[in-house]
Write a protein that binds this ligand. Structure first.
Ligand SMILES: NC(=O)c1ccc[n+]([C@@H]2O[C@H](COP(=O)([O-])OP(=O)(O)OC[C@H]3O[C@@H](n4cnc5c(N)ncnc54)[C@H](OP(=O)(O)O)[C@@H]3O)[C@@H](O)[C@H]2O)c1
Length: 242
């Protein structure tokens, strides 16, 4: 398969790229800095690196990069410093999602392209009756207005739900919602339709597991048909969850 990865230098995007390459897929990696990619990725004949900030790509160039891909995985996330939290681009995940999906639509692929968006358990699935305690709803409302990256995650998911919808002949999507991210090796993990824990009792989720699940989504059509247009919540399983 040929997969375009946005946020390829990230702590989840990196493992996504490495896992795709190790499983024999071709990868087009969008990265702001080539030097942040490990040499084994840069030197891999199956990897093409697009050195650019994703939102700086013109529509035309973006369409060229999605052309011929079977899937797009977005692992973009705001850098956790003052500039990343409160500076521009405030709509990094939303605008990248919108423009990448528009680029796919523009190319009119014969078979639909799988679009996998890394999101968060703090964003609710509007298709399901997901309940939160009143103080969690209050906290999420505060985050929505006080912390731009949270709002960005919400609007990125909204774009797939409402903007792309479920009837496009060119784009199918899945929004992956990890719980509390940790850096750890691949381990057993669980995938649920909705959060099973509260905001303050979250379970760890290894970034490597998120990467594994996203790679399997694009590889495995049966798994894809289970989660297409869904917002699976992923956590480490059993004892690993602590
Ligand atoms: N922290 C948690 O517990 C948690 C839980 C659930 C979900 N999430 C969500 O998971 C997502 C990714 O998490 P992560 O830890 O893998 O992220 P990360 O390691 O911070 O990676 C973010 C990626 O986005 C890129 N990026 C950041 N700002 C950019 C900009 N202005 N223009 C272009 N690219 C930009 C980074 O590029 P550079 O390498 O060049 O900076 C990097 O490739 C985020 O959306 C986050 O909200 C987090």
């Amino acid at each position: 398969m040929k997969v375009l990865v946005a946020g390829a230098t990230g702590r989840t995007g990196g493992p996504v790229v490495e896992q795709l390459l190790s499983r024999g897929h071709e990868v087009r990696a969008i990265a702001r800095s080539l030097s942040k990619l490990p040499p084994k990725v840069r030197d891999d004949p199956n990897a093409t690196v697009i050195e650019a900030s994703v939102l700086d790509l013109t529509d035309e160039v973006m369409a060229e990069h999605v052309d011929g891909c079977n899937a797009v995985i977005s692992c973009l996330g705001h850098v956790m410093d003052l500039k990343g939290l409160f500076g521009e681009p405030r709509r990094l995940c939303t605008d990248a999602t919108r423009r990448l999906c528009d680029a796919i639509e523009e190319r009119r692929p014969v078979r639909p392209i799988k679009f996998v968006l890394m999101n968060t358990v703090g964003v609710r699935n509007p298709d399901l009756d997901e309940k939160r305690a009143w103080f969690e709803r209050w906290l999420l409302a505060v985050l929505r207005y006080a912390i731009p990256p949270h709002r960005d995650n919400e609007t990125a998911a909204e774009h797939l739900h409402r903007g792309v919808g479920k009837h496009s002949t060119h784009v199918e999507w899945c929004i992956v919602r990890p719980d509390s991210l940790v850096d750890a090796e691949i381990s057993p993990y669980e995938v649920e339709r909705s959060p099973t824990t509260g905001l303050f009792t979250g379970r760890p989720t290894a970034r490597a597991n998120v990467a594994r699940f996203m790679v399997e989504l694009v590889e495995n059509d049966e798994l894809w048909s289970t989660w297409r247009y869904g917002m699976p919540v992923i956590t480490n399983s059993g004892r690993e969850a602590g």
